[in-house]
Design a protein around this ligand. Structure first.
Ligand code: GUN
Length: 297
């Protein structure tokens, strides 16, 4: 039987509609407007597209959006001084420094300069530690989006076996932590894992975040499993154009899985929706306002 399609685009639209309602409530009942500052250093075309999309969606849900575009050759001192200013700015509740940064800038130093309560990416070492110990933290947007989709589809995740393929700080590791916090039995696998296919085949939930186009095929998947594809790979298509594919071979996996996210239209749209949700959460926490339900880990 063909797998159910987990429609991330539709789910993200629902999440954004709820966020817009929450933003109205914050304005009317508390007199605050959540604000997101995005910092882009340099001219990377993909980063420019992401930053534009973030700004547009921030405005669409009624929040304030500030963009700081800095020259490719910006010094660390200048960038850190900007972050210090944003940390102090009461109108800014979320700060995102778009990665990757140009080579002269130390990514860890820059990220750890962001006030942890405004770190809507959840990359600050304090937030990583809080998440790792099951405490309230800011949670990285892509894994949070995957978690919300999984919870929406399954209800509880408790007791399920989950395999996360990929061990990045941005997706794989926090994803594993989130699934563990939801009482899954979690394995982190990666490109060096022995018998990788067999490991993946044990899982009720597979999250693919390895960055290799269409690596997981139908034979890797336990019949009925839920497959979440975090990959976004641009590959050459038969017609000479390029197309987007995930880390999962959709055609073969959809024949075996119980549910699957498509690429595009799966995890991708949830990432920015969760960035907006994190900004609202940060605004509530900073202003001692009770948080809205449904958007945290
Ligand atoms: N570059 C690619 N993905 C991300 C992300 O989630 N956050 C930031 N800050 N930069 C990115």
């Amino acid at each position: 039987m063909a797998a159910n399609i987990i429609d991330g685009k539709a789910f993200a639209a629902k999440v954004r509609a709820k966020i817009a309602t929450n933003v109205s409530t914050l304005k009317m009942e508390h007199g605050v407007v959540p604000g997101l500052a995005v910092v882009l250093v340099g001219e990377d075309p993909a980063s420019q597209v992401y930053v534009r999309s973030k700004g547009k969606q921030t405005i669409e849900v009624g929040m304030n959006s500030v963009e700081h575009k800095l020259h490719e050759n910006t010094s660390e001192d200048i960038l850190l001084a900007l972050i210090d200013d944003l940390n102090k700015d009461d109108a800014v509740h979320g700060i995102l420094v778009q990665l990757p940064l140009p080579k002269q800038l130390n990514e860890a130093l820059v990220i750890n300069r962001i006030a942890p309560e405004k770190d809507v990416d959840g990359f600050h070492i304090a937030n990583v530690g809080l998440l790792g110990t099951g405490q309230k933290s800011m949670v990285p947007c892509t894994p949070l989006g995957c978690l919300l989709m999984l919870r929406d589809y399954h209800g509880t995740l408790s007791g399920k076996s989950a395999v996360v393929v990929g061990r990045s700080n941005i997706v794989g590791k926090p994803m594993a932590q989130l699934l563990l916090n939801d009482s899954c039995t979690v394995t982190i696998a990666h490109s060096r894992t022995k018998e990788l296919q067999e490991v993946v085949k044990q899982a009720d939930i597979v999250v693919a975040a390895v960055g290799r186009p269409e690596m997981l095929t139908g034979e890797w998947i336990k019949p009925g499993a839920t497959v979440i594809d975090v990959g976004i790979n641009r590959v050459d298509a038969a017609d000479g154009k390029t197309k987007l594919v995930g880390d999962v071979d959709y055609e073969s996996c959809a024949k075996v899985a119980g549910a699957i996210t498509p690429v595009p239209g799966g995890v991708g749209p949830m990432t920015i929706a969760c960035l907006l949700a994190n900004t609202v959460t940060a605004c509530c926490r900073i202003n001692n306002i009770p948080e809205f339900e449904g958007f945290s880990s």
